[in-house]
Design a protein around this ligand. Structure first.
Ligand code: ADP
Ligand code: MG
Length: 382
């Protein structure tokens, strides 16, 4: 068992320039065995939230419970959680074996041979048996992180708390370790809260993603929901790479259609119109993912002619950049397609894949409609 409940959790630091609201009013229920990823830009309160669960910071208001029992007043070492840090946090003067056994020794109640057995078992899970007698400075970054993960496994905790554990590793190793941590979590079934600023890690690893910004939860959902059905413009811009294009437009609402006007183009939406509930404002932002933009041979309804300014070949795909009314935007096309700087191309923004946001508060007015998910067709975020 390892369910975690956060109830209206806030953390306010007092700094020299006044209060810093690091975490604001967070509600989150994590099921036993679930892998939840907290993702958001630097400073959004992810580490603070994790440290509150670990007991390394005290809560300003609200409550956190583990298996329905409040953790308020429970010391970090009694919380039955194990934390893994970005900088590994190994004791430099202890061997890998001693680093891994340290927690159990402190906890007490285990014989030397019990400790040895548990350390060796964790070492075999992490594939580091041959590293056990080495000192941290004899280990590579990836090996250190394996030892740190092994140390967390040895504790046999209810919950793993991982704060950007892969950020110090190079890209290739990061990808390998990402898969390993996922497999490890699935095999052990231990509830895991994983912090990252990397939306790829969030998308690939989490059962659910919690997107944070400025201490506040922006959306909690399955990875695909945050991509196809972002709750607001922040989530839409944060999830997905390269980022969604945001184009300010003026809306005209008619009986059965919506016309979006921009100095460079006019688009009319009618097929998805019935799925849009909020029709209050004419001040909208059109959101379109670079990968959803299509190239057309000829201009037609809902097309836009743009001049290519920069081309970035990435292999499988290539990105190109263009300007519309002083805004810089991106599109992505197949890698083998012939495109060149200075060329004028005709873009199509398909109605089904377009997003709309209320420019006054960033809330989503229209998101994608997934054919595989009929229930979603009528669902619009409020
Ligand atoms: P993240 O992990 O998402 O990058 P943090 O949780 O580290 O964000 O920080 C959230 C906010 O709280 C930031 O503005 C940060 O400067 C502030 N903060 C974090 N820890 C402290 C502290 N001990 N004292 C004062 N401010 C802090
Ligand atoms: Mg952090």
């Amino acid at each position: 068992m390892g369910s975690v409940d956060l109830d209206a959790v806030s953390k306010i630091f007092s700094g020299p320039d006044g209060e810093i609201k690091a975490v604001q009013d967070v509600d989150l229920s994590i099921r036993d065995g679930e892998f939840v990823v907290l993702v958001g830009p630097s400073g959004s309160g992810k580490s603070t939230l994790l440290r509150l669960v670990a007991g390394l910071e005290s809560i300003t208001s609200g409550d956190i419970s583990l298996n329905d029992e409040s953790l308020t007043g429970v010391k970090p070492k009694n919380r039955d959680v194990a934390m893994v840090f970005q900088n590994y946090a190994l004791y430099p003067h202890l061997t890998a074996r001693k680093n891994m056994s340290f927690g159990l020794k402190m906890q007490g109640g285990f014989s030397e041979s019990e400790i040895d057995t548990q350390v060796e078992e964790a070492a075999s899970i992490m594939g580091i048996e041959e590293l056990l007698e080495k000192m941290p400075n004899e280990l590579s970054g990836g090996q250190k992180q394996r030892v740190a993960l092994g140390r967390a496994i040895v504790r046999n905790p209810e919950v793993f708390l991982m704060d950007e554990p892969l950020s110090n590793l190079d890209a290739k190793l990061r990808a390998t370790m990402r898969t390993e941590i996922q497999e490890l979590q699935q095999n052990l079934g231990v509830t895991t809260i994983y912090v990252t600023h990397d939306q790829t890690e969030a998308m690939t690893m989490g059962d659910r993603i919690v997107v944070m910004n400025q201490g506040k939860v922006q959306q909690i959902g399955a990875p695909m929901d945050t991509y196809y059905k972002p709750a607001n413009q922040f989530v839409a811009g944060f999830i997905g790479s390269p980022s969604m294009n945001f184009i300010p437009v003026e809306a005209r609402w008619d009986e059965a259609s919506l016309t979006l006007t921009h100095p460079n183009f006019e688009l009319t939406f009618s097929e998805t119109f019935e799925h849009i509930e909020e029709r209050q404002t004419d001040d909208l932002v059109l959101g379109v993912r670079p990968e959803d933009i299509e190239l057309r041979d000829d201009p037609g309804p809902n097309t836009i002619d743009v001049e290519i300014e920069v081309v970035e070949p990435l292999g499988k795909e290539q990105l190109f950049y263009y300007e519309l009314d002083n805004g810089r935007y991106t599109a992505s096309v197949e890698g083998h397609r012939q495109i060149s700087v200075g060329e004028t191309v005709t873009l199509q923004i398909p109605e089904e894949t377009a997003y709309l946001f209320d420019n006054r508060n960033g809330e989503t007015i229209k998101h994608q409609i997934l054919p595989a998910d009929p229930e979603s067709t009528n669902e619009v975020f409020q």
